[in-house]
Ligand binder design. Structure first.
Ligand code: GLP
Length: 238
C-alpha cells in the first residue's frame, strides 16, 4: 500500500488526477470504477480541467460505477446516474459508462447483468473509492459476511443519515441500494482510496491501526496488492 498525506483536499485531488493521466497514457482503453459522494467531486473537477486542457482523453475508456440507490429513477437529481453526468460524464469525452440501474424491475437480475457486463469488459483496471463514516465502500455496509458480486443491500441508519443532506425535506430517501460486492472491488487491478476531512479521522484511525477489522469493509482493501491511499491532514488527524 502506498499512502500519501497532503495538507489540503485540493492537493489530494490534484495528486490523484495525475494517476489518471498516467493510467490513460499506459492504457487508453482503461476500464474505470467510479464512486459518488462528496469526496471524489474535486478529483472529477480536476479530470474535467485536464480534459479541457487536452491533457487526457477518455475516448477509448469505459467505466462502471460502484453503486446506485434502489429504487431510483435515472433522472432523479439524487440518483448516482445524475450525479455522475453532472460532475463528470457531461464534462469529458467518456461515452461508455454504466451504473447499476435503480429502475430495473428485478434487482437480482440487474445485479447479474451488471456483473456480466463488467466481466465482459475485462474487469476494472482502476477503481476509485471513498469511504463512509462507518467504513463502508460502495454500499458494502459493516457485516459478518460480504458479497462477491453486485447485490441489493439495505443501508444502515448511519449511511441513510449521512446521505440525508442531499435529499430535500419532501423527497423520499431510498433505504436500499445496488452495489458492487467486496469481491468485485477487490479484483480490480488497481485501487485508489481517498479519505478527506476531519469527519473521517475516526474511521481512518481505525483503518490504519495495523489490524484488519472485519466490521470495517474498507479494511479488505488494505490487503490489495496495488492500492494507493490519498488523505488530507484533517482525515489523518494531523
Ligand atoms: C456514499 C457512497 C460511497 C461513498 C461514501 C462517502 O454513500 N455510496 O461510495 O464513498 O458514501 O461519501 P462522502 O464522500 O460524501 O463522505
Amino acid at each position: 500500500m502506498k499512502k500519501f498525506i497532503f495538507d489540503t483536499y485540493e492537493e489530494v485531488c490534484q495528486a490523484a488526477s495525475e494517476l489518471y493521466v498516467q493510467q490513460l497514457k499506459e492504457k487508453p482503453g482503461t476500464v474505470f470504477g467510479f464512486a459518488t459522494g462528496s469526496t471524489p467531486v474535486g478529483l472529477y473537477n480536476e479530470l474535467a480541467k485536464k480534459y479541457k486542457a487536452g491533457e487526457i482523453c477518455f475516448s477509448k475508456a469505459r467505466s462502471f460505477n460502484l453503486d446506485e440507490y434502489y429504487p431510483m429513477k435515472k433522472d432523479h437529481p439524487q440518483s448516482y446516474d445524475y450525479f455522475m453526468r453532472e460532475n463528470l460524464f457531461d464534462k469529458i469525452n467518456l461515452s461508455q459508462f454504466s451504473l447499476p440501474s435503480g429502475e430495473a424491475p428485478d434487482p437480482k437480475a440487474e445485479c447479474k447483468r451488471y456483473d456480466e457486463e463488467i466481466a465482459k469488459a475485462g474487469g476494472i483496471d482502476l477503481m476509485l473509492l471513498g469511504i463512509g463514516h462507518n467504513g463502508h465502500i460502495g454500499f458494502n455496509e459493516p457485516s459478518v459476511a460480504y458479497s462477491m458480486g453486485t447485490y441489493l443491500t439495505k443501508l444502515t441508519q448511519s449511511s441513510i443519515d449521512a446521505n440525508s443532506r442531499f435529499f430535500g425535506p419532501d423527497e423520499v430517501q431510498p433505504t436500499q441500494a445496488l452495489t458492487m460486492g467486496i469481491g468485485e472491488i477487490f479484483f480490480s487491478k488497481k485501487i485508489i482510496l481517498i479519505i478527506t476531512g476531519e469527519g473521517k479521522a475516526p474511521i481512518a484511525k481505525k483503518l490504519f491501526d495495523g489490524m484488519i477489522h472485519t466490521d470495517v469493509p474498507a479494511s479488505f482493501v488494505l490487503l490489495h496488492p496495488n492500492v494507493t491511499v490519498f488523505m488530507d491532514k484533517a482525515a489523518a488527524g494531523e
